[in-house]
Design a protein around this ligand. Structure first.
Ligand SMILES: Nc1ncnc2c1ncn2[C@@H]1O[C@H](COP(=O)(O)OP(=O)(O)O)[C@@H](O)[C@H]1O
Ligand SMILES: [Mg+2]
Length: 375
């Protein structure tokens, strides 16, 4: 799959810009705050149907405008694809693929998918569990259409239940709603947990193979950790549900006392070990970075097996953070798919190493390679 060209109108700091891309490596160069990540964000939305950083569509619209438009030509699943997305300040977004209206954002990711790698991902191993849940969520929202909607509903149910627990001291009547939200949270947790467990079971061996190659034989393992009463999280959600309810019930007093949701998919983690030792506590910075790279490259392989094509890879400011050894490791591994790399002006050396085509982003315009036009 690939994106051949893009046109942005009223999207973040792009009032009107367009660019053409090559099927291999596209290097996007520019100073800080010129619009590099905004461009990657547009590319990610085309593939994943959602942004990796905006909480709502409205954020994507230029500060002074009323709508934002992304148009792109590409190729995926043996077909040319013309995709058009319009975000509106008043009203819902609309999406067209080859002129056909799409009903949900997940329909975009049925044809295309993307893996994003940004500097925060280099901390994937040593940071808190939310970084590792983000990795699972980003991949699964694209791989499983049901997952994205379950995750949305879960987020809402979690907020509601938290509010009930938090405010019930002042408003005891709220506690009447607790049973209902316990059940919702458990039902949605069960769905998320099933998908995450199946994903982690595939991610582990893939990441281990890549990590071993790069580190000269270190053993990496990935283990999915979830609600304590669940023995086999890969079981169907219907079988996980009573286990989560049981755990929730046994924590009810503690939840009321702490006013926090103590059980559910929001506490999940991936336990990553290197040569048998917990990497979060014991890995050196170098080992942790190699493991993070291995996990992201493994995510790319999983998309490949699901789609039969490599996903679009977006590397946002990440190469400049790596030493030359790890840069080569990643650059040697990303053949076969389209790649977008951002770096700042001073990183010309990196651009050369990639052998890719260079585009320059400046204050919301895209220029550079001969085929590029900016307006
Ligand atoms: N909705 C928006 N409307 C207009 N400008 C925006 C919007 N969102 C972000 N920006 C601007 O985009 C710039 C950041 O662009 P970004 O792509 O993150 O920069 P970088 O090139 O450093 O990756 C900032 O100047 C910010 O003010
Ligand atoms: Mg940026």
């Amino acid at each position: 799959m690939r994106i051949d060209s893009i046109e942005l109108e009223g999207f973040r700091n792009y009032s009107h810009a367009s660019a053409e891309f090559i099927p291999g490596v596209n290097v996007i160069i520019g100073d800080n705050a010129e619009g590099k990540t905004n461009l990657l964000e547009a590319l990610y939305i085309l593939c994943a149907g959602r942004s990796f950083r905006a909480k709502s569509d409205k954020e994507l619209i230029g500060f002074t405008g009323s709508e934002a438009r992304i148009r792109a030509e590409g190729f995926a699943g043996d077909r040319e694809r013309l995709t058009e997305i319009v975000f509106r300040r008043l009203g819902r977004r609309s999406m067209l693929s080859n002129g056909v209206k799409l009903k949900s954002a997940s329909e975009l990711s049925e044809n295309m998918s993307a893996v994003l790698f940004c500097p925060e991902d280099l901390g994937l191993i040593r940071e808190g569990a939310s970084a590792r849940r983000r990795l699972m969520d980003a991949a699964l929202c694209q791989l499983r259409p049901r997952y994205a909607s379950a995750l949305n509903l879960f987020g809402r149910a979690y907020e509601q239940k938290t509010r009930i627990l938090r405010d019930s001291a002042e408003e005891p009547g709220l506690l009447e709603l607790l049973d209902e939200y316990d059940e919702q949270l458990a039902r949605l947790s069960a769905e998320l947990i099933h998908y995450r467990a199946v994903f982690a079971r595939r991610l582990g061996p893939e990441a281990a193979r890549i990590h071993s190659d790069f580190s000269g034989g270190e053993e990496l393992s990935v283990e999915y950790k979830t609600v304590g009463t669940i023995e086999d999280p890969t079981l169907p959600a219907s079988e996980l549900f009573p286990r989560i309810m049981e755990h929730q019930l046994s924590h009810r007093t503690a939840e009321r006392a702490s006013r926090l949701c103590l059980t559910g998919a929001h506490k999940d983690d991936l336990i990553i070990k290197i040569n048998g030792a917990d990497a979060r506590s014991f890995a050196s910075q170098g080992q942790a970075r190699t493991a993070a790279l291995s996990l992201k490259l493994a995510e790319r392989e999983i998309h490949f097996s699901a789609m039969g094509e490599y996903p679009i890879l977006l590397l946002d400011d990440v190469l400049s953070e790596l030493d030359p050894g790890r840069q080569s490791f990643i650059l040697n591994r990303i053949g076969g798919g389209q790649v977008f790399i951002t770096c700042c002006e001073d990183d010309g050396v990196i651009a050369e190493r990639t052998g890719g085509r260079v585009l320059t982003v400046k204050n919301g315009t895209i220029g550079g390679g001969e085929q590029c036009i900016s307006t």
